[in-house]
Design a protein around this ligand. Structure first.
Ligand code: ASP
Ligand code: MG
Length: 454
């Protein structure tokens, strides 16, 4: 076994050297769509069985739409609303229904394991009034989706004679205290993964959860919605795995959403740089944070179909050449914030510093920005009216802010001859347009009646 070092960013600026072993193993990640029902669990088990001769660590996220269902539980909880019990019971019923199909009725181990998780979740709900911080409460409750799914998976694999060890990802993924978008504490995480998880993974098949972590202070945290891909990359990079595979319900990374464009093409190979850019602009097949840890160690990432398992999918690696085809990415649920000085003075560096400080404190991601003499415009993800608090804070600083919602960001990455503005943008009302290197971004207004989310 060889010891290699990687450089990584700690607290954004400081770079440090981490030594880690290189374990000959693979990381597989299965998301909600792959385990949306009992059949899904059986399919995952078949895939794992086909790789039985290899060392594997399996990252599981929540079943189907459980995370959304848990989000409603949290909202009802916070609003001290009685519907919370019904929302909780629906989640329990959904999990029991799957377990009933997968396990024989006398299978006590899974019954007890799930019951323990339901009781813990119910306790969190009942004591939720003690938690004043919405985001902290959110993380405490939301992680049960991953805990329940991975528990069912581990027990099911055991019944299929696939020996495995279930581990709680929170014992290894150490983060800061930024609830719902926690930052990895790489030194602490690497230490735990190297010393404790490595030896387990070398001898046993490991089943764990994506998305969840624990702060240095011992509180449950999460890495941001859809963050399980990132978890797989963290485990993979710190274990020094040979590769990471994300198993999806699509054949791989496509150059457009196949549901919207019938001529969408599979991208067979992607460089790390292209993958980061595509994921950043909203190509939802890969979580944007996934690539960085893998690039740092040169670990290839495969995006593969759990339906057509013989399809090679997309390979993201250091050897891949830059893409030549043009890609269209739609990012829904966007808002445009326009910030102006009240006294007609320039929006200068000190204002921008304050604006970015507030965006960072409010955990808001700026997807695109533009500025003129007296106006700064930024495109943000619309999240639970978070922008209202931001607007108030900006006003407190003497800046006026207005917001337009019901927008969609269309990014054309790698514009070339195959890009046809007429076809892609048509007569949509363009609110903002920006060229950036080989990309063009259009912020467009959505037809009024199609936006149900805001
Ligand atoms: N279950 C979480 C979510 O739906 C994490 C993930 O799927 O990656 O956001
Ligand atoms: Mg999910």
């Amino acid at each position: 076994m060889r010891t290699i070092g990687i450089y990584f960013a700690k607290q954004r600026k400081k770079f440090q050297l981490i030594d880690s072993k290189k374990i000959p193993m693979k990381i597989f990640k299965f998301g909600g769509a792959s385990i949306k029902d009992a059949e899904g669990f059986k399919n995952v088990s078949t895939i794992i069985k086909a790789h039985e001769s290899e060392s594997l660590l399996i990252v599981i996220s929540a079943i189907g739409k459980t995370t959304n269902a848990l989000e409603s539980v949290i909202k009802h909880c916070y609003a001290k609303n009685n519907q919370v019990h019904h929302a909780f019971q629906t989640i329990v019923d959904d999990h029991n229904k799957i377990a009933k199909i997968l396990f024989e009725s006398g299978h006590l181990a899974i019954k007890n394991a799930l019951e323990t998780l339901y009781v813990e979740l119910e306790n969190c709900i009942q004591s939720s009034h003690l938690q004043k911080d919405y985001d902290a409460l959110y993380d405490q409750i939301i992680v049960y989706g991953e805990l329940m799914a991975s528990t069912i998976m581990s027990h099911y694999l055991t019944t299929q004679s696939i020996k495995n060890q279930w581990i709680d990802a929170r014992d290894y993924i150490i983060t800061d205290q930024r609830y719902r978008d926690a930052r990895i504490q790489w030194v602490e995480t690497a230490e735990l993964i190297n010393t404790t998880l490595g030896p387990i993974a070398e001898k046993d098949l490991v089943i764990t959860q994506g998305f969840i972590g624990r702060s240095v202070g011992g509180e449950t945290t999460t890495l941001g919605r859809e963050g399980s891909d990132y978890s797989a990359a963290i485990f993979g990079s710190l274990l020094g795995a040979d590769s990471i595979s994300i198993w999806k319900d699509v054949v791989g990374v496509m150059n457009a959403d196949p549901n919207k464009f019938s001529n969408a093409e599979l991208i067979k190979e992607l460089s790390y740089n292209d993958a980061i850019e595509l994921a950043y602009y909203g190509a939802s097949v890969i979580h944007p944070k996934t690539i960085q840890p893998l690039k740092a160690k040169g670990i290839p990432l495969y995006v593969r179909s759990f339906i057509d398992v013989n399809e090679p999918g997309t390979k993201v690696s250091a050897q891949s050449k830059p893409i030549t085809i043009s890609c269209k990415i739609h990012k829904d649920n966007q808002i445009l914030l326009e910030i102006r000085t009240r006294d007609f003075t320039f929006i200068a560096e000190d204002h921008l510093k304050q604006i970015f400080q507030l965006l960072s404190e409010n955990n808001m991601r700026c997807n695109l920005m533009q500025n003129s003499a007296i106006c700064f415009r930024c495109v943000l993800d619309s999240k639970e009216n978070q922008h209202l608090a931001l607007i108030q804070q900006l006003e407190f600083l003497g800046l006026d802010a207005t917001c337009q919602s019901n927008l969609e960001l269309i990014s054309i990455y790698n514009t070339n001859s195959s890009f046809n503005k007429e076809e892609d943008i048509g007569n949509k009302d363009i609110v903002l347009q920006q060229n950036m290197g080989k990309s063009i971004h259009y912020l467009v207004r959505k037809p009024i009646n199609t936006d149900l989310k805001n």
